[in-house]
Unconditional design. Sequence first.
Length: 125
Amino acid sequence: MKAIKKIVSIALLTATVWVSNAFAHSSALEPKHGGVVKEAHDMIFELVRQEKSVSLYISDHGEDYPATELVAHVVVLAGKEKSEASFIPTGGNKMVADISINDGAKVLVRVSQGDHHPITIRYSF
C-alpha cells in the first residue's frame, strides 16, 4: 500500500510540474505589441506590421533581449514578388525595418548574433 501511495504522489507531483510549465510557456506566446508571436531556440519573436514598416520584438525566457546585440533581416514573399530589408535596433528589445507586409504574404526573418548560427523564423499573414 505504501508503494502505491508513493507512486501516486510522484505521478501527481510530476503532472503538477508539467502543467505549470505548459501554462507558463503558453503565456509567453501571447502578443504584447499586437503582432504575431513565434518561438525559436527558446527565444520569442513578435513581428508587428505597420503601414510602411515592420517591428520585431525579441525576448528570452520572458526577459527583453537587447536588440543592439543582434543583426536581423526580413524577406517578404507576396505572390511572385520578393522584398527585402534589414532591421535597425531602435532601443530595448525592438528592431524596425522599412518594408510593408500585405495580407497573404509569407515572411522570413533571419536573426544572428556574432559567430552563432542564424535563426530563421517563418510567418504567414
